[in-house]
Design a binder for this molecule. Structure first.
Ligand SMILES: [Cu+2]
Length: 296
C-alpha cells in the first residue's frame, strides 16, 4: 500500500527522531555511569567525576584540550588539502624557488608557543589542585600487593586496623556484584570529607586508580606517595591497578564506598571489632614470602 509509505518529510522526521534517540541513548549511557561509579557497555567518554579534581580534569579535557586539538587538526588538514590541490605537479608545473619567509617562520614559532602557554595556565592550576593536599579529615593508606590491596586506618582517627581487599571470584558473585570489580572488603570513606590517601606497595610497583575521583598514583615499594580526594556523592566507586604488576594484575580491583559521616562512624566501630586481629605493623616482605610458602 503506497499510502502507508512515509513521505519525504515523515522520513526526515523519522531520521531526526532516530538521531535524537541515539543522542538520548548515549546520554543515558553516560548518565548511568554517573550513578554507578563503574563502566558499562556502550559508554563513551569519561566516567563522571564525583570530586572537584576529577571535574576539573574533565573540564580541562573537554573544553580546553579538545577544542584546541580539533582546530589545529582541521587547520593542518586544510593546509594539506590546499597544498595537494594547488601545488601538485599538474596544476603548478613551474615550482616557485622561494625558500624562506621571515614573517611566516616567526609566526609558526610564536603561535604554537602562545597556544602552549594558554594550555599551561589551566594545566598547572589543575596539577596544583591534584598535588597539594589540603588539610585532611581522614587518612587512608592503600598498600598494593600481588594481587590485592590492603587498606589501613590510623589509630588516631578512630581506626587502628587494616584489612585485605580481594576481588570476588566469578563463582561467588552475588546479585548486584560486578564481575572483575567487586571485592570482598571495600575501603570506606565519609562523604564530603577530605581524605588523605597514602599509597605504597609491598612487592612490585602497582598503581592506585579511581577514575570517578580523578586519582591515579603509583604504589612503589619503599616509598609513600600521597594524594587526596573529597567525594561529593554517596556510592561505590571502582578502579583497577594501573601498572603491570604480574600475572593477576587484572584481578586486583579497587572499590571505595562513600557513605555519610554517620554511617562512616558506625562502620569504623564495627570494622574495628571485625579486623581487630590484624596488627598495624608495617608490611614486611617476609610476610609476603610466608604467604608464598603457604601456597606451596
Ligand atoms: Cu598491581
Amino acid at each position: 500500500m503506497s499510502s502507508a509509505r512515509p513521505r519525504g518529510s515523515d522520513r526526515r522526521s523519522n531520521r531526526s527522531s532516530t538521531f535524537l534517540t541515539c543522542v538520548a541513548a548515549v546520554s543515558t549511557f553516560a548518565g548511568s555511569a554517573l550513578a554507578d561509579g563503574f563502566p558499562q557497555p556502550g559508554q563513551i567518554g569519561f566516567e563522571e567525576g564525583v570530586t572537584s579534581v576529577a571535574n576539573e580534569a574533565h573540564f580541562f579535557h573537554d573544553w580546553i584540550l579538545l577544542p584546541i586539538i580539533t582546530v589545529i587538526t582541521l587547520f593542518v588538514l586544510g593546509l594539506l588539502a590546499y597544498v595537494m590541490i594547488k601545488f601538485n605537479e599538474r596544476s603548478n608545473p613551474d615550482a616557485s624557488q622561494v625558500t624562506h619567509n621571515t614573517t611566516l617562520e616567526v609566526a609558526w614559532t610564536v603561535l604554537p608557543v602562545m597556544i602552549l602557554v594558554i594550555i599551561a595556565i589551566p594545566s598547572f592550576r589543575l596539577l596544583t589542585h591534584q598535588v597539594v593536599v589540603p588539610p585532611a579529615d581522614v587518612t587512608l593508606k592503600a598498600t598494593g600487593k600481588q594481587w590485592y590491596w590492603t587498606y589501613s586506618y590510623p589509630p588516631d582517627e578512630g581506626g587502628g586496623f587494616e584489612f585485605d581487599s580481594y576481588m570476588k571470584p566469578e563463582e561467588s558473585l552475588a546479585e548486584g556484584d560486578i564481575r572483575l570489580l567487586s571485592v570482598d572488603n571495600e575501603a570506606v570513606v565519609p562523604l564530603g570529607k577530605t581524605v588523605r590517601l597514602l599509597v605504597t606497595a609491598a612487592d612490585v610497583i602497582h598503581s592506585f586508580t579511581v577514575p570517578a575521583f580523578g586519582i591515579r598514583i603509583d604504589a612503589v615499594p619503599g616509598r609513600m606517595n600521597e594524594t587526596w580526594f573529597k567525594a561529593e556523592r554517596v556510592g561505590t566507586y571502582y578502579g583497577q591497578c594501573s601498572k603491570l604488576c604480574g600475572k593477576d594484575h587484572a584481578y586486583m580491583p579497587i572499590a571505595v564506598k562513600v557513605v555519610s559521616p554517620e554511617d562512616y562512624a558506625a562502620w569504623l566501630a564495627e570494622a574495628k571489632k571485625k579486623f581487630a586481629a590484624a596488627d598495624l605493623a608495617p608490611v614486611r616482605v617476609a610476610d609476603f614470602d610466608a604467604h608464598l610458602v603457604g601456597q606451596r
